[in-house]
Design a protein around this ligand. Structure first.
Ligand SMILES: Cc1cc2nc3c(=O)[nH]c(=O)nc-3n(C[C@H](O)[C@H](O)[C@H](O)COP(=O)(O)OP(=O)(O)OC[C@H]3O[C@@H](n4cnc5c(N)ncnc54)[C@H](O)[C@@H]3O)c2cc1C
Length: 405
């Protein structure tokens, strides 16, 4: 008799685990609460699905250098293994600055090949069914749903985190894990925008700028990123702010003071920028606003000058002094962070089932033998760039290989 394996949650980790286990000979049932599996995948990468990154480092998944858990996962299923597996399913990768997409640049392609493969390898997919509990028996498990129960020799839990709950991941899996005795690190939104208190750049909403952003929590800079930010009505958005957001979310949860530092014109050395500002503000018959034309978008220059305490329309008596004042302000614009986007706006969850309680070489729970966990339900989150999906595929593969054996 093949091993009876139930996988709960038909997202990326769950589908990859199901295919892997079925290919190893297990009898696999995948239970998904939505009417279809893989709903979230269609929204990834702006509909293009950035399904991996060509290189994954410890910092991309916010783990310390050499971290044992991630190291084991990467050794067991590397980014190259992910690409190879998808090639075998028909997905030819295209590499855009390290970000990997399907060549057709359609997320639907990824969901289509996975669904086709699930059917081909005989996985029984049960949709419209929400699991409410997992009961550990002397031998095996009972998986409880609203109006039915299933028996299983082993269970893989891949219900995701709390981000984008409209795709099905509403945090229910965390409650199930707590009932089974697991520790869940409080989930907070990650990869979303920052809300700024008394936002001084509200009027510049819609402006995009190159910047280095750094997040300070209780006086310590915890993370920085450089790229294009976007000013919004209530804060700062764009990939660099997404990438540092998890630290703000955690700090705010702990009621710590959180500040955002913005360094404009990040690709110019301080001395060069200082000279550039000075040259511009010392031009004859030129207002400070006119002086900044070509360096900053017009939608931003006015707000920048006013916030720096400089009248945009008055030619300064002493250009050099005015330049020094402006430079001192713009090399480190410090704003108070009062919030972040919520789970509905977040792409990923920071927090989840403690990694201390899971064996990374099998993804088996150290507390409940026969229970495996993979994907975003675990306390692992990454930056924008394909790292989160990499982790979902890799951990799903390891769980499927071991849970199905
Ligand atoms: C808008 C958006 C864009 C993104 N873009 C990218 C990107 O381009 N690249 C990248 O690497 N990452 C991206 N991510 C993150 C990435 O999609 C997730 O990290 C990844 O999908 C997590 O996979 P998962 O299988 O663990 O969870 P999910 O994909 O969330 O799947 C969990 C599944 O479990 C089901 N489920 C939940 N509870 C139950 C229950 N009780 N019973 C039965 N079923 C249940 C859910 O319905 C869902 O189908 C993006 C996320 C979002 C929201």
């Amino acid at each position: 008799m093949p091993k009876k394996l139930i996988i709960i949650g038909g997202g990326s980790a769950g589908c990859f685990a199901a295919i892997t286990a079925a290919e190893s000979g297990a009898g696999v049932t995948l239970i998904e609460k939505n009417p279809v599996a893989l709903k979230k995948i269609l929204a990834t990468g702006n509909g293009r699905c950035n399904y991996c990154h060509d290189k994954v480092t410890f910092t991309d998944l916010y783990r310390p250098e050499g971290d044992g858990f991630l190291n084991t996962v990467m050794k067991n299923f590397s980014p190259e293994n992910v690409l190879d597996k998808f090639r075998s399913l028909g997905i030819t990768p295209v590499n855009k600055d390290g970000y990997i997409y399907p060549y057709s640049e359609q997320a639907r392609a990824v969901s289509d090949v996975l669904k086709r493969t699930l059917a081909q390898c005989g996985v029984s997919v049960i949709t419209d069914t929400e699991v409410t509990d997992i009961i550990k028996k002397e031998s095996g498990f009972t998986v409880v749903c609203a109006d039915k129960e299933f028996d299983a020799d082993a269970v893989i839990l891949t219900t995701g985190g709390k981000a984008a709950p409209n795709t099905g991941s509403d945090g229910r899996g965390f409650d199930i894990c707590k009932t089974l005795g697991h520790k869940v690190i409080t989930p907070v939104p990650a990869l979303t925008y920052l809300v700024i208190k008394d936002h001084p750049y509200k009027k510049a909403a819609g402006t995009r700028l190159s910047a280095k952003v750094s997040i300070e929590v209780s006086g310590r800079i915890l993370s920085s990123d450089t790229g294009q930010i976007q000013i919004t009505k209530n804060g700062i958005s764009g990939i660099p702010s997404f990438n540092i957001c998890r630290f703000a979310s955690r700090g705010l949860l702990e009621k710590e003071p959180v500040r955002l530092h913005i360094r404009l014109v990040p690709d110019m050395d301080e001395d060069v920028l200082k000279e550039e500002i000075s040259e511009r503000l010392c031009r004859e018959n030129t207002t400070p606003y006119e002086a900044l034309t070509g360096l900053f978008p017009d939608t931003f220059a006015d707000s920048l000058l006013r916030n720096a305490g400089t009248d945009p329309d008055r030619i300064p008596d002493n250009g050099r002094k005015a330049a020094e004042k402006l430079f001192a302000y713009l090399k480190d614009i410090t704003l108070c962070v009062s919030g972040t986007g919520d789970f509905a706006d977040a792409q990923v969850t920071c927090g989840g089932v403690s990694l201390d309680e899971v064996d990374p070489s099998s993804m088996e729970s150290k507390l409940v033998p026969g229970l495996y966990l993979a994907g975003e339900i675990l306390d692992m989150d990454g930056k924008c760039g394909g790292y989160n999906l990499y982790f979902a595929w890799a951990s799903g593969y390891i769980a499927g290989k071991n849970g199905g054996a």
